[in-house]
Design a binder for this molecule. Structure first.
Ligand code: GTP
Ligand code: MG
Length: 293
């Protein structure tokens, strides 16, 4: 109990006790702070109120960001997918990022070398994949200053590559990343890690091709389960306007590659594609002329 507190202070305290929402609680606490006596004997009370204010502000901030996903540092997505390198300190995340991408960021023996997210581009057979090193995860990560921001970056990615030096560290990571529900793979210095990353992503590469010519490079990255129609849509903005979203309008394709029963199989617009398919689109000239008339 504060010594010599005023009636105004007790009124504010009462408001706090009755407050329902965080906003009301914060307002009452700020009033309590204003009205509380300020002398040696009330230092404990003042610091208690301040600590309650800071807690409620943090809680309100957390609710705000989690609802709208708004007030967090976000990284502009580039390329066909976003892969985050996540783990404990000194596990070779930066070394890996430098190996796989165009970055030349600092690698050092001391811990916590990487202080902010570092971004590189991983070129997988012509498909650009954004790769981000997130600064090392520590215990009670969400309570650290940048923790919520970095966790939000992880949440928005497509795949986690997980780095740790011991089973204890793995356990800690599992705990800290508990709320994150994303596909992941464990970094293990595999030689074919690029292929493993690719296989974990829900995308395929598709090469377009003109009749009588070699396939175009680079390939296009498409969602798994994409069809010939999706390819057509991607390469010709006005293509679907011509043929109609569900029509075929004399359009067909030849497929060379994994989804074809035989080389050059003739398929319709709803044919589902597979990784590394080569698609040769044909728009029947007569049909396209008819549409123009
Ligand atoms: N455990 C482990 N250490 C590695 C590996 N590759 C490099 N290191 C060494 O680990 C130390 C840190 O390497 P970094 O690549 O900076 O590690 P980091 O995970 O980015 O570390 P911080 O950013 O400091 O958290 C260096 O001394 C590297 O030589 C690896 O594959 N595994
Ligand atoms: Mg690093």
């Amino acid at each position: 109990m504060p010594i010599n507190a005023s009636g105004l202070y007790y009124a504010a305290e009462q408001k706090h006790a009755l407050a329902r929402t965080n906003e009301e609680k914060l307002k009452a606490l700020q009033e309590m702070l204003k009205e509380a006596p300020k002398h040696k004997g009330s230092e404990g009370l003042l610091s208690e109120i301040k600590s309650k204010i800071s807690k409620i502000k943090k809680l309100m901030e957390k609710e705000r960001t989690s609802k709208k996903g708004g007030f967090t540092l976000s990284i502009k997505r580039e390329g066909a997918a976003q892969v985050v390198l996540v783990g404990t300190t000194n596990t070779g995340k930066s070394t890996f990022l430098n190996q796989m991408t165009n970055t030349k960021i600092a690698v050092a023996e001391y811990p916590f070398t990487t202080k902010k997210p570092e971004i590189g581009t991983f070129d997988y057979k012509g498909v650009k994949i954004q790769m981000i090193e997130v600064p090392a995860i520590t215990k009670n990560f969400e309570k650290t200053e940048m923790g919520p921001t970095f966790l939000s970056i992880i949440k928005h990615a497509d795949l986690i590559v997980l780095f740790f030096n011991s089973p204890e560290e793995k356990k800690m990571l599992d705990k800290e990343l508990y709320e994150i529900n994303l596909p992941f793979l464990i970094f293990n210095n595999q030689k074919n890690i690029g292929d493993i990353i690719w296989e974990k992503l829900d995308i395929i590469k598709v090469y377009t091709k003109q009749p009588g010519k070699k396939p175009d490079y680079p390939p296009m990255a498409m969602d798994k389960n994409s069809t010939v129609r999706d390819v057509a849509e991607r390469i010709h903005k006005d293509f679907l306007a011509k043929i109609g979203r569900h029509g075929s309008g004399g359009t067909w394709a030849r497929i060379f590659g994994n989804s074809a029963k035989f080389k050059g199989q003739k398929v319709g617009m709803d044919h589902s594609l597979a990784d590394d398919d080569i698609v040769e689109l044909h728009l029947d000239k007569r049909t396209s002329n008819q549409r123009k008339n």
